[in-house]
Structure formats: C-alpha cells, structure tokens
Design a protein around this ligand. Structure first.
Ligand SMILES: Nc1ncnc2c1ncn2[C@@H]1O[C@H](COP(=O)(O)OP(=O)(O)OP(=O)(O)O)[C@@H](O)[C@H]1O
Ligand SMILES: [Mg+2]
Length: 380
C-alpha cells in the first residue's frame, strides 16, 4: 500500500549548520497493516509522517501510495497533500473548537465538496463514522464539551470520514491520562481492524508500540535501526540501541575474535568468562561487542539446590544476591556475578534472599551478541 524509499530531509539548525531530520528511511507497508514508527524524541518520526502526508517537502527519495508515486525526488514529482487521500490525527490540533461534533466529522467531506455526496448522504456517512467511534449521541454537541478521550475519538472520526487510503497517527494519545490511554489504544486497534484502514502510528512509548502494532520500525537519529513484528523487536533486537530502548536489559561487553553472521552461535569472552551467544545480526570482530540478555531470561537458583545442580556448565556462573524487589507477579533480584551486576526477574516462590549464594545461567539462545552503538551497520 505504501512504499517509502530512501527518504531524506535535513533541517537547518538555528545557527545555520545542518540539523536533524530523516536520513534515508526505507520501509513498505501492506494493505490493512498497522505499522509503528518508534523512537526517542527528535529521531525523525514526525518528519517522516509529514513527508508522507505532503506537509513537508523532502530532499531525496521516493514515496509510492497505492501504486502511484506521490513524491519522487529524481523526477521532481510532489503531489499536493489534498490529492494524496491521507487521513491524519495529530497530537496538538486535534479538533476545531468552533465547530460541533457533526461539523468536525463532516469537515473533510465539505472541503472536497462532499465527494459528490448530497447533504443527506453526508449526514448518513458522518453518523456511521461517529457511531463507530462511540460518539453518535453527541452529534450536535459543541466539541469543546467533550472529554479528552472523546475529543481524540472525534479527531479519529474526522480522519476516517473520507475513507483514506492511509491513516497517519502522530502520538494521538499522548495528552491523555494513563488509564484512558490504555483504553483508547485498545479501541484504536479495534477500529483499525474493523475499518481495515492501513495506518502508520507514531509513538515514543515502547509498550504502546508492542501492544498495538503489526510491525514496528525503531528509529534513532533519522535512521531506521530495525523493522519487525513486536515479538522480533523485543526478543531478537539486532543492535544495542534497540535492545536498550525496548524493555530493560542486561548489557555486558566482550571480545569477539572473528566476524560472525546473523543466525549463528558463537563465543564471546566477557568479564564473566566465555559466554556462548546467539548472533541476531552480522557482527564484526571487536574487543567491545555488546552482549544483552533480558532479566526474565536469566535463570537463578539457590546454590546447593537440586535445581542448581541440574543447570548445564555452559554459561553457568556463581553469584550473590544483593537486593530483592517484590513486584507482585514477579520478583527482581539484583545479583552480583563476578564484576557485573545482573538484574534477574522470576516468579515469586524461590527460596532466595539478599546475601544468598546462587547459581546463575544465561541460556545461549537468549544471550544475544549485537551490533554496538556507534556502529550503524544498517546505515549504509
Ligand atoms: N521545522 C524544523 N526546523 C528545524 N529543525 C527541525 C524542524 N522540525 C524538526 N526539526 C528537527 O529534526 C529532527 C527530527 O524531528 P521530528 O519532529 O521528526 O522528531 P520526532 O521523532 O517526531 O520527535 P518527538 O518524539 O519529540 O515528536 C529533530 O532534531 C528536530 O529538532
Ligand atoms: Mg514528533
């Protein structure tokens, strides 16, 4: 449905030097997919969306929507935004306060002269969209008399009335409180499924991205670091940046003697001795390769226990528990292993307390050797 190829846009900073932007982002989105751009503030998410919408003129690359080029630097082609059939929901100017609910939702049809619809048909259509977002009963209410969540739903309704080929959502939930946000994100996902609209969702909230996306593109400094389904991004990050940005993780450093390829298993020499690791990306030989393992993937057992005796020799270390945090469903153990402090999460119920000697195990399939930060192998 959408193809973005080598999108490039660089702003100029206030002092005249080259500033931030997007530096060669490429991705494709299938029809009906919910695709998320995820990354820290300033990484280029909004710039990417604005370029797709036609609100920003990029300097390089090509954008194709439903088989038609809407931007092509090489050909000097830039289709104006109102001819792109794209719906947008932005965080800041969500709705128009001087219009009531009906007028807000009907606006996109009015500006396009109703798509050839008469007043009765417009009313019918708007009523249908408002019903879909649960605002039908408020149809004649001034839009300023809606709650924050209702205003966001109205903004969404307005973006959907024109049946856009593509829906762009730029942090649409960020000004809602935490509870409403969780509720709205489930509703958003349901609506997107029901309408089958292809959507790009922008957020810097990793749990939001994991919860609603079909696929996620993680961005840093104007570059896409990794694209994949939420499970892949979480379980098989290919770079330290992605591993650190999504969820908490333990990071060790070690030496890799010779280049390794994605999908292979190999040895890294760390301060905890030789660890057998899985490579999720091609990694060059280096004395400072990153090794990451999620806290919930580290095995911990009381020293001298039967369970500890059953732990294999590979990636097995002795440690001492320094701190215990009880979090209800899980317990977190801060554990001293050699010169490293390892965070471990398990279900409650193990006979382990601070000060206890433990055996710790890093399962090789979940101990990942990654591309270090500052080695953007995927930037080329
Ligand atoms: N109009 C502008 N003029 C100059 N620099 C800009 C402009 N708009 C954005 N930038 C810069 O471009 C980079 C990318 O900005 P962008 O708005 O795309 O980030 P973002 O990922 O959407 O961040 P956030 O999560 O904070 O919304 C930033 O470094 C930003 O400062
Ligand atoms: Mg932004």
């Amino acid at each position: 449905m959408l193809a973005v190829e080598k999108l490039f846009k660089q702003y100029t900073s206030e002092d005249g030097t080259p500033g931030g932007g997007v530096f060669g982002a490429s991705f494709e989105i299938a029809e009906g997919e919910l695709f998320t751009l995820l990354g820290p503030s300033g990484c280029g998410k909004t710039t990417t969306l604005r370029s797709i919408a036609g609100l920003e003129k990029p300097e390089g690359g090509r954008i194709t929507l439903a088989g038609r080029a809407i931007y092509d630097a090489a050909q000097g082609l830039n289709i104006p935004m109102y001819e792109r059939n794209i719906g947008m929901v932005f965080q800041s100017y969500a709705i128009w306060p001087h219009m009531n609910v009906f007028e807000n939702a009907a606006y996109p049809l009015k500006v396009t002269r109703g798509h050839g619809l008469n007043a009765g048909q417009i009313r019918e259509k708007v009523r249908g969209v408002l019903a879909m977002v649960g605002l039908e009963e408020f149809i004649n209410r001034p839009s300023t008399q809606l709650s924050g969540g209702q205003q966001q739903r109205l903004a969404l309704a307005r973006a959907l009335t024109r049946e856009p080929a593509l829906l762009l959502l730029d942090e649409p939930l960020s000004n809602l409180d935490a509870q409403l946000r969780e509720q709205m994100r489930a509703e958003l996902k349901r609506l997107q499924r029901e309408t089958g609209v292809t959507a790009i969702y922008v957020t810097h909230d990793q749990s939001e991205a994991l919860a609603i996306s079909d696929r996620i593109a993680v961005m840093e400094n104007g570059l896409i670091k990794q694209i994949g389904p939420p499970k892949d991004i979480y379980e098989r990050p290919t770079s330290e940046f992605v591993a650190n940005f999504i969820g908490s993780t333990n990071l060790l450093r070690g030496a890799l003697k010779s280049d390794a390829t994605a999908g292979s298993v190999g040895m890294i020499e760390t301060r905890l001795g030789h660890l057998t690791c899985s490579f999720t990306a091609d990694v060059k030989a280096s004395p400072t390769v990153g090794v990451v393992i999620r806290p919930e993937n580290v095995v911990i057992e009381p020293a001298q226990s039967d369970a500890a005796a059953a732990i294999p020799e590979t990636n097995r270390c002795d440690g001492t528990v320094v701190n215990e945090t009880y979090l209800g469903e899980i317990v977190e153990y801060e554990t001293r292993v050699g010169k490293e402090t390892i965070l471990i999460r398990t279900r409650p119920g193990k006979a382990i307390s601070p000060g206890d000697a433990v055996v710790v195990h890093f399962p090789p399939s979940q101990t990942l050797a990654l591309i270090e930060d500052g080695h953007p192998a995927d930037a080329a």
